[in-house]
Design a protein around this ligand. Structure first.
Ligand code: ADP
Ligand code: MG
Length: 254
């Protein structure tokens, strides 16, 4: 079990002519929180989406706990994984987006249990039982029968976290989970994430919350124009004197 949770190996990504990720190599250790920071448009979401195979790298490879994601190297060269192979690897990875992406016509409980019924093929009662436990974990048991429109943004994001956790991932990816929230609602979401981190969940978090990155992150990765400029402990990355690109970024967000 010495493989890292995620190994990104020389990943580049182009959209047409645009080079969005340039030769990124990065290891995400198990049981730690890696925070991904950088200016808007630097490629953070694309890198995270590649880790969940929502986006395919143009070149390079990504491994999840030692298993290839998307493509397998075999005797006959590189081949695409079968849907079953891909599903098995992807099932280790849960993802939470900036926009919570809840179904508006389903209650909190419905949103969480629907994923369990559809993905895990659980019977209704069992799915709802597990969903309720996850909602309890994010402090929303009392809101289980509310619809998204009846919940605050912070509560909706906690439902989205519960929905991802219900599928039992070993790695959780968060893409600016608090950026769509009013400032007074970010704390409750960050607290749920802090709790998750303290339980040993492996997490990759794209965030502009420098305080969170400094206190919860064990590593901070700084992306700029598709390049990984720094990947180190928060103490090192946030220490003066700084590289101008990073300093400029921190001046904006600190
Ligand atoms: P960040 O999350 O750091 O703001 P993104 O990964 O979203 O950055 O985007 C990086 C760059 O890739 C941007 O220039 C963006 O316009 C471009 N980009 C992202 N997704 C697509 C896409 N599906 N098609 C074309 N260009 C894209
Ligand atoms: Mg983004």
């Amino acid at each position: 079990m010495s493989d890292p949770a995620i190994a990104v190996k020389h990943v580049s990504k182009q959209f047409g002519e645009t080079e969005v990720l340039r030769d990124i190599s990065l290891e995400v250790p198990r049981g730690e929180v890696t925070c991904l920071i950088g200016p808007s448009g630097s490629g953070k979401s694309t890198l995270l989406r590649c880790m969940a195979f929502l986006e395919e790298a143009t070149s390079g490879a990504i491994e999840i706990e030692g298993d290839p994601l998307g493509f397998v190297e075999g005797a006959g060269g590189r081949r695409r994984q079968t849907p079953a192979e891909l599903r098995r690897v992807r099932s280790k990875v849960g993802m939470v987006f900036q926009q919570f992406n809840l179904w508006p016509h389903m209650t909190a409980l419905g949103n969480v249990s629907a994923a369990l019924r559809r993905v895990r093929k659980l019977p209704k009662a069992e799915a709802e039982d597990r969903a309720m436990r996850q909602l309890d974990k994010v402090g929303l048991k009392e809101r289980a029968h509310h619809y998204p429109a009846q919940l605050s943004g912070g509560q909706q994001q906690r439902v989205a976290i519960a929905r991802a956790l219900a599928l039992d991932p070993t790695i959780m990816l968060f893409d600016e989970p608090t950026s769509a929230l009013d400032p007074e609602l970010t704390g409750e979401v960050l607290n749920v994430m802090r709790q998750l981190a303290s339980e040993g969940m492996t997490m990759v978090v794209v965030t502009h919350e420098i305080g969170f990155a400094a206190s919860v992150g064990s590593k901070v990765a700084f992306l700029d124009h598709g390049r990984l400029l720094f990947h180190d402990t928060p103490e090192t990355v946030f220490a003066a004197p700084r590289e101008p690109r990073l300093e400029q970024f921190l001046d904006t967000y600190l």
